[in-house]
Design a protein around this ligand. Structure first.
Ligand code: FES
Length: 561
């Protein structure tokens, strides 16, 4: 079997010529035969000026290259699509599948024996894992690492749970313009990904728990030596992987996905991980469902004391021993046969015996959790026949069973334009419902935790039931029902709700129901028309092929037709 630069020759109809030409052009970059006979390690680099979370990635990539060279490999860095969460319109999620396609084809089309996937900011890590699973290459995931915290008037701050709570205080009149501007310079002060248990941190921890990244690599802060050493170690490990396999698809199996769900529950992780893990599982041919998430969540308590469910930040988790120590506490829930990227199984990782560092409290014992089991729940019913999710760990307990009239917003834009309209019949009990923000309609923006009307916030209302087909940032909180499936744009019942209808949310019973009789719904359905299809390009391809949220919102192009 061909290896290194002899793999995947460019098609000129003459293999000898293709090989000769390839080496000639590589010689122009200074490579000689001693270089070219080494295992080739592709390093997928998601550095971009737009992706501020990755601004120290060039230094991390240099560390990976050093590890590759030390182990006798040849590092080949290539730029891939980068997804700056805060700078993409309308939402980075619209481009996760595009990023996965681009990365997959680069992994497959370029000659390499193994790859290091360097990602971090929200959608980059799931996109890279989806890509590697489909491309069939040996690959190891390496994240950029979280930011370090800062402070404002003595209060510790971090992106982006505090971004939201401080903004809510500003909306309620508690922080003036000058103060909120000052806060804005203290929320994100170093390189790295958001340092609460948002989507980036969640995916970093979950990918390590799945065995796709080296032990201890998820939590090392971006500006630290620990992070650079994680890079060197990933480079060395990739050379070993190049010689021994397995491909990433071999590592994504029911056992490793189960371990992912255990850790997702224990960290009070982002609901976005539900969509990403469903997509990764489908690419690997594993039948994972929303019910699997709910079942594991019912058993595993939240034991990582991290915002938004708790109080700490990722640097605290790292100091407490990181994911290895977390896994040590969770050992009874884990499937120890799950394979891991450095060789061996989860049992070998547990045998290393990591436990929470004495004197730290970020990783709590199972009998003294931050939240009891059930941090993530799935609800179904006449409003969400295929399911919806709610992060119970970040919700208000008194709103988990709630029935009220709804006020309907047609889109995130409609919320922005009308949420402060004092003529809307909204009080603290009202259920706020937003539609046309699902995968088909809008690429599923993180618009689900939309704001409480200012007049209610000023009167002390801190939470209301909000329901939508959108997602929510992992850094957000509130009694927010998300990923309603089927979405409105796909003709789900969400499309048929009218102002004044009653909706009943009953999380303990796993129900979300629209209390309108079938005859009335049939009448409304006959009048419903789907939103306009995008004209051209990627957005049309995405619109026509994206799955619903309960299937992971991946494109249907990876399935036999
Ligand atoms: Fe990049 Fe939060 S904006 S991880």
């Amino acid at each position: 079997m061909s290896r290194g630069f002899d793999k995947g020759l460019t098609s000129y109809g003459d293999e000898g010529f293709s090989r000769y030409l390839r080496r000639a052009f590589l010689a122009s970059a200074g490579f000689d035969s001693e270089d070219l006979d080494r295992p080739v390690i592709g390093i997928a680099d998601t550095s971009s000026d737009y992706t501020t979370c990755h601004r120290q990635m060039p230094e991390l990539v240099e560390a990976v290259k050093r590890g590759v060279l030390e182990a006798g490999g040849l590092p080949m860095v290539f730029g891939t699509m980068s997804l700056p969460e805060i700078l993409l319109n309308p939402t980075s999620m619209l481009f996760r599948n595009l990023d996965a396609m681009v990365t997959e084809e680069l992994l497959r089309a370029q000659p390499m024996d193994a790859a290091v996937l360097v990602g971090g900011c929200d959608k980059t890590v799931p996109a890279q894992v989806m890509a590697a699973v489909s491309a069939g290459v040996p690959a190891i995931s390496l994240v950029a690492g979280p930011m370090l915290t800062s402070s404002f008037q003595g209060q510790r701050l971090g992106a982006c749970t505090d971004c939201r709570s401080m903004w809510a205080r500003h909306r309620a009149g508690d922080l003036d313009d000058a103060q909120i501007a000052q806060v804005g310079t203290a929320l994100a002060t170093t390189a790295g990904t958001c340092m609460v248990m948002g989507t980036a941190s969640t995916m970093a921890c979950v990918v390590e728990a799945m065995g796709l990244a080296l032990p201890g690599s998820a939590t090392a802060p971006a500006p630290t030596g620990d992070r650079l050493r994680a890079g060197v170690a990933a480079g060395r490990a990739a050379v070993d992987l190049a010689q021994r396999g397995p491909v990433m698809r071999d590592l994504v199996n029911p056992d490793s996905l189960h371990n992912a769900l255990v850790v997702l529950s224990a960290i009070g992780g982002s609901t976005n991980a539900v969509v990403h893990l469903l997509a990764i599982a489908r690419r690997a041919g594993v039948a994972l469902t929303l019910d699997d998430f709910a079942a594991v969540s019912r058993q595993v308590p939240v034991i990582a004391d991290l915002k938004p469910a708790g109080t700490g930040y990722l640097e605290d988790l790292h100091r407490a021993g990181g994911v290895p120590a977390l896994l040590g506490v969770l050992a009874e829930f884990l499937r120890t046969d799950a394979p891991v990227v450095e060789g061996g199984t989860m049992a070998d990782r547990l045998a290393a015996g990591a436990t929470p560092v004495p004197g730290t409290s970020t990783i709590r014992p199972l009998d003294d959790p931050v939240k009891p089991a059930g941090g993530l729940a799935v609800v179904r019913g006449t409003l969400a026949p295929d399911g919806a999710v709610i992060k119970v760990a970040a919700a208000s307990p008194d709103l988990l069973q709630h029935e009220a009239q709804v006020v309907v917003f047609e889109s995130p834009q409609d919320v922005a334009e009308r949420i402060e309209d004092e003529n809307l019949p909204i009080d603290a009990d009202t259920i706020l419902l937003m539609r046309n923000a699902g995968p088909v309609a809008a690429g599923m923006p993180e618009a689900g935790s939309f704001p409480i009307p200012r007049r209610l916030a000023a009167a002390g209302v801190t939470d209301m039931v909000r329901i939508s087909d959108a997602r929510m940032s992992g850094t957000a909180y509130g009694t927010v029902v998300l990923h309603v499936s089927p979405e409105a744009a796909a003709g789900g019942p969400l499309a048929l709700v009218a102002d004044g209808d009653r909706v009943r949310l009953d999380v303990p019973a796993g129900r979300l129901d629209l209390l309108v009789d079938d005859g009335e719904l049939d009448r409304r359905r006959a009048e419903w028309t789907p939103p306009q299809r995008p004209d051209l390009g990627w957005r049309r391809l995405h619109h026509d092929h994206v799955h619903q949220a309960h299937l992971g919102a991946d494109l249907d192009l990876w399935e036999e037709s």
